[in-house]
Design a protein around this ligand. Structure first.
Ligand SMILES: Nc1nc2c(ncn2[C@@H]2O[C@H](COP(=O)(O)OP(=O)(O)OP(=O)(O)O)[C@@H](O)[C@H]2O)c(=O)[nH]1
Ligand SMILES: [Mg+2]
Length: 336
């Protein structure tokens, strides 16, 4: 027989996470990834208690095609922030394909060897769900938990393909994209319109022997950015070169983030963006809650199974089935 799900000791969790206990932080994130109602409900209570202690970090999204060097840059930047600025750094990942591709998680851990050994860093691979909505929600919640545990900088890695990039953009303060030197203009990126959403473009792998070419490419990106209409943030996207392997350009990159935060905090945009992101989160939670509520209603489930069977046996057309579902919903929720 399956074990009954365990109830967690909420107060103990709150206390330990607030003290920065990373193993409790990890367990809390796992609780949030559970699909069991008991876990989700407990997680919601935990998060509600901890959210007032969150919000004070800088949230940074990092995108780029597979192999662009995102994890390596996170290793360099994270180590720099810990050593030179005494920051605590959390690394999260949004990669809905990671369930299919366990290699990438292992790869990330080896790319972030120093960080994974540091007590000031916390690394959490992408939740292993294939549904992007679930992954996004889990990651957003993990951001709040990491902040409550005292992490000052949250770095979120995402692959520059598909919708995950847009999802990460909607949960960070600052968004950067990595492009490999010599890679040319990324046609895919142009198609996705992603250049218009980034705050910083890094011409990456700009090692000593490639620095001239990289600088030239960065200058071209700057010209392209100058043609974009002004953003609401009033921040002009920046292009710069960086070699994570040689640790070049890391402090300059950090300076850029600090400039951005200062400028947008002074203008009020920083808070405005967070408020808009909060509303988006609320709407996502609401959708999720409604979906769960419906999925867990036994009468509705029974009715849907019957309707499905009849469609499969060609006794009902899809349109007739939709009418039947509407009738069933009106019967189950008569006041609507
Ligand atoms: N020459 C050079 N190679 C680099 C640099 N940064 C990363 N690399 C190499 O690029 C390869 C990919 O690096 P990752 O950091 O795993 O790239 P990623 O973007 O995280 O890749 P995925 O997570 O698979 O999407 C590795 O072999 C790195 O050693 C750099 O600055 N210069
Ligand atoms: Mg990676």
């Amino acid at each position: 027989m399956e074990n009954k799900p365990q109830r967690i000791d909420l107060h103990n969790f709150i206390e330990e996470i607030s003290k920065g206990n990373s193993s409790f932080l990890s367990r809390a994130i796992t609780l949030g990834e559970s699909t069991l109602s008991l876990h989700r409900n407990q997680f919601r209570d935990l998060l509600a208690e901890l959210i007032p202690n969150s919000g004070s970090s800088i949230r940074i999204g990092i995108t780029g095609t597979p192999g662009a060097g995102k994890s390596t840059l996170i290793e360099s930047l994270g180590t720099y922030l810990i050593e030179k600025h005494q920051k605590k750094v959390a690394v999260l990942a949004v990669d809905p394909s990671s369930e299919l591709n366990h290699g990438s998680i292992l790869g990330d851990k080896t790319r972030m060897e120093l960080l994974s050994r540091s007590k000031q860093a916390f690394i959490r691979p992408s939740p292993s769900k294939s549904n992007l909505g679930g992954v996004t929600q889990n990651t957003r919640e993990a951001v709040y938990l990491c902040e409550a545990a005292g992490y000052d900088i949250i770095l979120i890695e995402t692959v520059g393909v598909g919708q995950s990039e847009t999802a990460v953009h909607s949960m960070v303060d600052f968004f950067m994209m990595l492009q490999i030197v010599g890679g040319g203009d990324d046609l895919q990126a142009i198609k996705r319109g992603i250049y218009e959403h980034i705050d910083l473009l890094v011409v990456h792998k700009a090692d000593q022997d490639k620095i001239n070419q990289a600088s030239h490419e960065a200058a071209n990106f700057k010209k392209m950015f100058a043609l974009f209409p002004p953003k609401e943030s009033q921040w002009n996207p920046v292009a710069m070169t960086c070699s994570s392997k040689e640790n070049k350009g890391i402090s300059e990159l950090w300076k850029m983030v600090v400039n951005y935060v200062e400028q947008t905090q002074n203008s009020g945009y920083f808070e405005k963006k967070r408020a808009a992101q909060n509303i988006k989160w609320h709407l996502e939670l609401q959708q999720d809650q409604l979906k769960r509520f419906l999925e867990e209603n036994p009468k509705l489930n029974q009715g849907i199974s019957l309707i499905n069977q009849e469609v499969e046996q060609e006794e009902l057309t899809p349109l007739e089935a939709s009418k039947r579902l509407e009738k069933l919903l009106l019967k189950l929720f008569p006041n609507t």
